[in-house]
Design a protein around this ligand. Structure first.
Ligand code: C2E
Ligand code: MG
Ligand code: MG
Length: 886
């Protein structure tokens, strides 16, 4: 899954930071520019003010010098004097008085045209004290219009200080030119120049127009010795046109604001230069602070930008994680097999998945975030419960909403489409609701299927044993409570196993299904037909009259109807089957019984019928139960009989018509310590119910072989055969052939003297197995007889496939010979058929001569019965034969 990249927040943040920094820079720049201008303007105004003041001061000073020098002419009355009559001493005296008027002057002197000192205020009139700079005398005396001249400064040898001279030409009365001169220490002029102000870095000069520097005062009023100004001459045209920042400082030459003012006296200028650096020093300081503040501000903005970026990145990351989680959740929801809906606290839709839409197709198109769930329910009820009245629909919706408010657990809904939905509702912490719709239709169907399998027989669809026992249990108490009776009919199909084995399971299944339908057809809806398994069915009749005789009568009618119904031919594919059933019946509801007890009684009654060849109905009576209990006791005694040596063999002779003994049948007897001699009819069946018959049968076989082996040695007995009865369970043992062979070998008996008696049903139980085993033993000489012939399945077709030696006509046919026509026919048929198949026939149970004669007339070979001899101990039979042997 790929997520669409979210807009990157970094660009936005840094754009904002950049813009802010630009604005900050521009503001600071503008501010600096403005303060820069202000700083320069202010300095300019100050310099201008200063220079104007200095100009005025210097003009006043020079005017004072000029006036003093000019007044010398009048003071010394020069106009009336001549060179020859000039009183120097007086003149000097007057000059001293004059010189005292101006304290800035070192002295005042009067020189002649050649520079000689005429008079001076110098106390001793030392001419050496006047040391004029070269050329100054001439220059000072040159102007035709007398004016004040000023010399260049020079170092006075007398006072070792820098001095300059101011001079004014004068004339004597005779026209002789003189020069009034005053020496001024430069230091005395500095305060005039500086106005008493101390402007740091201000350079103030007194200079001539051509740039000759007279006095230069630099920062902190220090004098600068410089003969020539740094900038262009001031007097020239185009020198310093106006006060401006374009010039160079007059002393240091640094870029500066220079303001120059001419003095009243020709060629003298006063200048003030403020170097740009000094003018802007304060501004620069301020600008630095401002820049620092701006820088700090900018840095903090950048820092804020970084933090914002980090924060936004983290937010971005968190949003992406959230988006990814949401996408994963969406994907998980869409791949859920269950429908899912999330509602908010107001019961409006927040989220749902594809499956939800599929489950409720009518909601497609209307689902939207924020849709009240009530609308969903309204639409659903419209489609889902169309038959409901409007009021019922409203009630249903309110009930659902109420249910959701409590949001408890899981419940199921059945849709009109037949589908089952399981709804799970859970409240969310925000007060919303999560509903999960799980389609449990398959689960319910499977459960129904399982229930069906658990309680119904899959072949016939009838209730099975479990369901029957359950209903029977309920019915037992219900009938007792109501004072009515119920009945159970236990039905077992006769010879079903034979049909199943011979015609196949499909045919057997068809028969069972048809039987089920017939049984269902002959009971009321309140009654019940169940299949217990195999060919056993049970019909439960309920609500019979409380009088047991009347109830039994009704049950008999139903039972006989069923017996009759099941005796009707069944059409199984192309075959027609004639069947019958054995039915046991019992009433319940008179005393308290369990379902199992009731069923057992009916079962016992059914066995009673079965024992009497089936196709009938028998009611349970308590005597049956007694017999059954007896049978159980017998079974336990039987367990001990063989090891205790309680069995013995009796032999019953088999004779020719004239009584010659040709063989014998070995018949088992049990000498019970209490009961005495027990006939096999009482215990063979019990032994056959368990594997006990196998061991007993083997004992009989070994005993018979021992007798035969002995007879083989006895003269006259060696020709006798011995018949041994074999039970089905014994014959079915995998090692039966081997055991017989071993018994013969171990005893040394002759195999062809041994005859094994099998019943028809035994042979037909598993025809293939029977044929295989019989053939194996037949090849060893052992003979086979079909015992009780005629009572079984009556399918004679198998006879041709079996290696048989004899048929033994069952004594039930023999018993009524000559009395019952049908039996006569059966016996005649058997004898005729045996003749055709070249089989020997033995007639059992021959008790009368009439029977013997009938049999004899129709070609019977051998006779067995009381007429010829009862079963007797072996030695008794041998005693009978003794005369033969002799
Ligand atoms: P079965 O093989 O048909 O044996 C013949 C039965 O008829 C014998 O009963 C015999 O006493 C009886 N009987 C013989 N002649 C007459 C007669 O003239 N009139 C009457 N009413 N009965 C006669 P028994 O000895 O009680 O044996 C009953 C059945 O028990 C036998 O019937 C046989 O199926 C079975 N049986 C006996 N011994 C054994 C044995 O060793 N092994 C097995 N598996 N079954 C045995
Ligand atoms: Mg027999
Ligand atoms: Mg028999």
């Amino acid at each position: 899954m790929r997520l669409a990249p979210l807009p990157r927040p970094r660009l936005a943040v840094w754009s904002a930071v950049g813009l802010f920094l630009l604005a900050l820079g521009a503001t600071v720049g503008l501010l600096l520019k403005s303060t820069h201008g202000d700083a320069l303007g202010e300095s300019e105004a100050r310099v201008t003010r200063f220079v104007t003041g200095a100009q005025a001061g210097m003009n006043r000073t020079l005017l004072a010098f000029d006036v003093l020098l000019a007044t010398t002419e009048e003071l010394l009355e020069l106009a009336t004097s001549n060179r020859d009559h000039f009183d120097r001493a007086r003149a000097s005296e007057l000059l001293r008085t004059a010189a005292r008027q101006n304290l800035m002057l070192r002295y005042v002197a009067l020189l002649d045209g050649q520079g000689r000192l005429l008079a001076s205020s110098i106390p001793r009139g030392d001419p050496q004290a006047v040391e004029l700079p070269p050329g100054f005398l001439a220059a000072a005396m040159a102007p035709t219009v007398p004016t004040l001249a000023m010399s260049a400064p020079q170092l006075s040898t007398a006072s070792s200080e820098r001095v300059l001279y101011v001079a004014r030409p004068l004339r004597l009365g005779d026209g002789t030119q003189l020069l009034a001169l005053a020496q001024v220490p430069v230091d005395a002029l500095v305060p005039v120049l500086m106005q008493g102000l101390s402007m740091s870095d201000l350079e103030v000069t007194l200079e001539r127009g051509r740039g000759e520097m007279l006095i230069g005062v630099a920062a902190q009023q220090s004098l600068v010795e410089r003969t020539q100004a740094a900038g262009p001459p001031l007097g020239d045209a185009g020198g310093i046109a106006a006060d401006s920042w374009g010039g160079s400082a007059r002393l240091s030459g640094a870029p500066a604001m220079v303001s120059a003012r001419p003095l009243l006296y020709p060629d003298l200028w006063i200048t003030a230069s403020l170097p740009r650096g000094a003018a802007l020093a304060a501004w620069e300081e301020e600008a630095r602070s401002m820049a620092l503040v701006a820088l700090l501000f900018g840095a903090s903005v950048v820092l804020a930008g970084i933090f914002a970026t980090l924060y936004l990145q983290r937010m971005h990351g968190a949003r992406q994680v959230a988006a990814r989680s949401k996408a994963t959740l969406d994907q998980a929801l869409s791949s859920m097999v269950s429908g899912f809906v999330l509602l908010d606290a107001d019961h409006c839709l927040v989220q749902w998945n594809q499956r939800f839409e599929e489950m409720f197709p009518w909601l497609q198109g209307m689902l939207a975030v924020g849709l009240p769930f009530r609308r969903v329910l309204e639409t659903t009820v419209h489609y889902n419960l169309p038959g409901m009245s409007a009021e019922d629909k409203r009630a249903w919706i309110e009930q659902r909403l109420q249910q959701q408010r409590s949001a408890q657990g899981t419940f199921e809904q059945r849709l009109p489409s037949g589908r089952y939905l399981q709804l799970t509702e859970r409240a969310t912490p925000e007060g919303g609701l999560v509903i999960v719709y799980h389609d449990v239709t398959d689960l319910r169907r499977a459960a129904a299927e399982i229930e069906n399998l658990a309680f119904y027989d899959p072949l016939t669809g009838l209730p099975n044993r479990r369901l029957l026992l359950d209903r029977l249990g309920q019915a037992c108490t219900a009938e007792m409570r109501e004072g009515t009776l119920g009945a159970v009919l236990f039905i077992d199909l006769d010879h079903f196993k034979t049909l199943n084995d011979s015609m196949g399971h499909e045919v057997g299944d068809q028969l069972l299904q048809q039987v089920a339908r017939r049984l269902e057809g002959c009971v009321r809806g309140s009654d019940m037909v169940a299949r217990l398994g195999g060919d056993e069915f049970v019909v439960m009749l309920l609500g019979l009259p409380g009088d047991s005789d009347t109830a039994a009568e009704q049950v008999r009618r139903v039972g006989e109807k069923i017996v009759h119904l099941l005796a009707q031919p069944f059409h199984l594919g192309r075959q027609t089957h004639h069947g019958s059933c054995s039915m046991g019946a019992t009433l319940f509801g008179e005393v308290l019984q369990t379902a199992a007890e009731v069923l057992k009684q009916a079962d016992i009654a059914m066995y009673q019928v079965k024992a009497q060849r089936g196709n009938a109905l028998c009611f349970f009576d308590p005597g049956m139960q007694v017999a059954l209990n007896e049978r159980a006791r017998l079974a336990s005694d039987l367990q001990a009989a063989l090891p205790a040596g309680q069995f013995l063999l009796y032999l019953q002779p088999q004779c020719t018509r004239d009584g010659a003994i040709v063989g014998a049948e070995a018949l088992l007897r049990w000498r019970h310590p209490v009961r005495g001699l027990v006939p096999p009819a009482q215990f063979i069946g019990v032994a056959e119910d368990s594997d006990l018959i196998v061991a007993i049968g083997h004992w009989v076989l070994r005993s018979a072989c021992a007798i035969l082996a002995r007879w083989a040695q006895e003269p006259g007995l060696g020709g006798l055969s011995l018949s041994v009865n074999v039970s089905a369970r014994q014959f079915r043992q995998a090692d039966f052939v081997e055991l017989v062979t071993q018994a013969l070998q171990a005893s040394g008996a002759r195999a062809h003297r041994l005859e094994l008696e099998l019943t028809e049903s035994l042979v037909l139980e598993d025809v293939q197995d029977s044929i295989a085993k019989m053939h194996q033993l037949r090849t060893k000489g052992v003979r086979f007889a079909v015992d009780d012939f005629g009572t079984g399945y009556s399918s004679l077709a198998y006879l041709t496939r079996l290696p048989l030696h004899r048929l033994k006509i069952d004594r039930s046919f023999v018993h009524h010979l000559g009395e019952r026509h049908s039996d006569n026919v059966v016996v005649q048929t058997i004898l005729g058929m045996a003749r055709n198949l070249e089989l020997e026939v033995v007639a059992e149970g021959v008790e009368t001569e009439a029977q013997r004669d009938f049999l004899s007339d129709h070609g019977c070979d051998v006779y067995q019965g009381y007429l010829f001899g009862r079963p007797m101990p072996v030695d008794a039979l041998e005693a009978l034969l003794a005369p033969l042997g002799q």
